[in-house]
Design a protein around this ligand. Structure first.
Ligand code: NAD
Length: 493
C-alpha cells in the first residue's frame, strides 16, 4: 500500500495507495456486480503476460439493466441545474487528479505505457472533465427573429438522452472522459463499454464518479463481450447516441447496427497521418515534433505519424537526426525507470509492425536506424528509401516504425499525403508563411499541425474527415454533439 511496492510483482490492488480503485466488478445501474452467470474475462499485463485480474464477462442482460437504469436516472439528471451537474463533474476532476498516481499504475499494468506517460494521460483525461464542467454552465439557446408579427420562435438546447460509449485500449482514460464529461454536463446518462483489454482504468474512473456524487444509473461501465454488449447498445431504441473510438472496421459495423434505430453517432476512427518536412524547416524542431508525434504510446495513437515525407534538400540531415533520437530511446516495461517505449498491446500488434518492416525491406527500403529492444518488444525503427507501393504508406502501422519517403516538390507531397481514405491528423514543418497557409488548406485532414507534433487538447475540436470519423470531441463542438436544438413556435401572441 505504499509507493515503494513494485507493481511488477505485487498484486495490483496492493500496490495502490487507494486499493479500492482496483475494481474487478462491473458498475451497472449504480451497483458493483458480477456477470449474471459469473463468467469472467482475464486482463493481462502486456509487459509480462501475467494476469492483472479478471472482470465480469457481461452480455445482453446486464447491458439491458444498465440501459433501463440510465433511462430512469436521466429523467432526473437532466432536470438538475447546470450548476448542480457541473459541481459533481468538478468534484470528479478533483478526485481523478488526487488519485493520479494510482490511476497511472492501473493503466500501466493493463495497457503497458510507461508510468510517466500514464500519469500524463490521467492529467490529459482530467483536463476534459475540468473543461466541460465549466463549459456545461454555458449551454444556452437563442431567439430567432420571427417573420410573423404574432409569432415568437425560440431555440432551446436539450440533452440528446441516454448515450453509449465504446472505447479503445490505447488511451484507457482519456477516450472515456472526452466522451463522458460532455455527455454528463449536457444532462445525458451514459453506458460505457471499455476495451476488454483495459477495463480497470474505466472501472476506477467510475468508482471516482460514484464518490463524486454522480446519481445511481447516470453512468454505468459494462465490461465483457464486445459483440453482445454492442448489439444491445446499438439496437436499443432508448439509446439515442453512440459515441465510438476505435478502428474504422468496427466503426462501420456499428454504424450499420445503429441504422435500425436511427441513432446519432460520434465516430473517432483510424488514421494514417502524414508528416511533411520542407527544405526550409528547422530540422531540430522537426525531429522533436517527429519524436513526439511518432513514438508517444509506442506509436499506438490514432493521430501518430504513420509516414514521413521529407524534401530532398533536408532529407539526409532529417534522417540522420531522427535516427540518433531513435537510438537514444529506452524500450522496456512501463514500470521500469527511464523507459520511454513500452510493450505493444499484444503479439498481433508486434506481428503487424514486423510485417510492415519486411514488406518495405522486400520492396527496396533500408533500415536507417534501430533502437535496441528486449525480446518480445517491437524495436523502434527508422526506414529510409520508402516508396508509395509499400504497405506502410497505406495501412495504419500502430507501432514504433518511422518510414521516410523523399520528395522533391510541394504538389507531389500533398498529393501523396492526401492519397488515403483516412483524414484525421496531418503535420508539416516549414518557415515559409505562404506555404504554411497553402498547405494547411490543401491537406484533407480534420487536424493540421504546423511546426508541432502534438495537437490533442481539451480546448480544441478533435476529429477526422473521410473514413476517420464523424463529429468532434473536446471544445464547445464536443458538447454540442450531446445536445439537440428544439424549436418552440409560439403563435397568436
Ligand atoms: P477496435 O475497433 O478493435 O476496438 C474498439 C472498441 O470496440 C473496443 O472496446 C472493442 O471491444 C469494441 N468492439 C470490437 N468489436 C466490436 C463489436 N462487434 N461490437 C461492439 N464493440 C466492438 O479498436 P482498438 O484496437 O481498440 O483501437 C485501435 C483503433 O482505434 C485504431 O484504429 C486507432 O486509430 C483508433 N483510435 C482512434 C482514435 C480517434 O480519436 N480517432 C483514438 C484512439 C484510437
Amino acid at each position: 500500500m505504499t509507493d515503494t511496492l513494485d507493481t511488477r510483482t505485487a498484486p495490483l490492488g496492493e500496490s495502490l495507495t487507494n486499493p479500492a480503485l482496483f475494481r474487478q466488478q462491473a458498475f451497472v445501474a449504480g451497483a458493483w456486480v458480477d456477470a449474471d452467470g459469473r463468467a469472467t474475462l482475464d486482463v493481462t499485463d502486456p509487459a509480462s503476460g501475467a494476469r492483472v485480474g479478471t472482470v465480469p464477462a457481461c452480455g445482453t442482460a446486464e447491458t439491458r439493466r444498465a440501459i433501463a437504469a440510465a433511462e430512469e436516472a436521466q429523467a432526473q439528471w437532466r432536470r438538475q441545474t447546470p450548476q448542480q451537474r457541473s459541481a459533481v463533474i468538478e468534484e470528479w476532476h478533483r478526485l481523478i487528479m488526487a488519485n493520479q498516481a494510482d490511476l497511472a499504475r492501473i493503466m500501466t499494468a493493463e495497457q503497458g505505457k510507461p508510468l510517466p506517460e500514464a500519469a500524463g494521460e490521467i492529467a490529459y483525461a482530467a483536463s476534459f472533465v475540468k473543461w466541460f464542467a465549466a463549459e456545461g454552465l454555458r449551454i444556452h439557446g437563442h431567439e430567432v427573429g420571427s417573420p410573423f408579427a404574432d409569432r415568437r420562435i425560440l431555440v432551446r438546447k436539450e440533452p440528446i438522452g441516454v448515450t453509449a460509449a465504446i472505447t479503445p485500449w490505447n488511451f484507457p482514460a482519456a477516450m472515456i472522459t472526452r466522451k463522458a464529461a460532455p455527455a454528463l454536463v449536457a444532462g445525458c446518462a451514459m453506458i460505457v463499454k471499455p476495451s476488454e483489454l483495459t477495463p480497470f482504468t474505466a472501472l476506477a474512473l467510475a468508482a471516482l464518479a460514484e464518490e463524486a456524487g454522480l446519481p445511481k444509473g447516470v453512468l454505468s461501465v459494462v465490461t465483457g463481450l464486445p459483440a453482445e454488449i454492442g448489439a444491445e447498445l446499438t439496437s436499443s431504441p432508448v439509446v439515442r447516441m453512440l459515441t465510438f473510438t476505435g478502428s474504422t472496421r468496427v466503426g462501420a459495423l456499428l454504424m450499420e447496427q445503429c441504422g435500425g434505430t436511427v441513432k446519432k453517432m460520434g465516430l473517432e476512427l483510424g488514421g494514417n497521418a502524414p508528416f511533411l518536412v520542407f527544405d526550409d524547416a528547422d530540422v531540430d524542431l522537426a525531429v522533436e515534433g517527429a519524436m513526439a508525434s511518432k513514438f508517444r504510446n509506442a506509436g499506438q495513437t490514432c493521430v501518430c505519424t504513420n509516414r514521413f515525407y521529407v524534401q530532398a534538400g533536408i532529407h539526409n540531415r532529417f534522417v540522420e537526426k531522427l535516427g540518433a533520437a531513435v537510438r537514444a530511446l529506452k524500450v522496456g516495461a512501463g514500470t521500469e525507470e527511464g523507459v520511454n517505449i513500452g510493450p505493444l498491446i499484444n503479439q498481433a500488434a508486434c506481428d503487424k509492425v514486423e510485417a510492415h518492416v519486411n514488406d518495405a525491406l522486400a520492396k527496396g527500403a533500408q533500415i536507417a536506424a534501430q533502437c535496441a529492444a528486449p525480446d518480445g518488444y517491437a524495436a523502434p525503427i527508422v526506414l529510409a528509401g520508402v516508396t508509395e507501393d509499400m504497405r506502410v504508406c497505406h495501412e495504419e502501422t500502430f507501432g514504433p516504425l518511422a518510414p521516410v519517403i523523399r520528395f522533391t516538390d510541394e504538389a507531389e507531397a500533398i498529393r501523396a499525403a492526401n492519397d488515403t481514405p483516412y483524414g484525421l491528423a496531418a503535420y508539416f514543418y516549414t518557415r515559409d508563411m505562404d506555404r504554411a497557409w497553402r498547405v494547411s488548406e490543401a491537406l484533407e485532414f480534420g487536424m493540421v499541425g504546423l511546426n508541432t507534433g502534438a495537437m490533442a487538447m481539451e480546448v480544441a475540436p478533435f476529429g477526422g474527415m473521410k473514413q476517420s470519423g464523424l463529429g468532434r470531441e473536446g471544445a464547445s463542438e464536443g458538447l454540442e454533439e450531446f445536445l439537440e436544438a428544439k424549436t418552440f413556435h409560439w403563435a397568436g401572441i
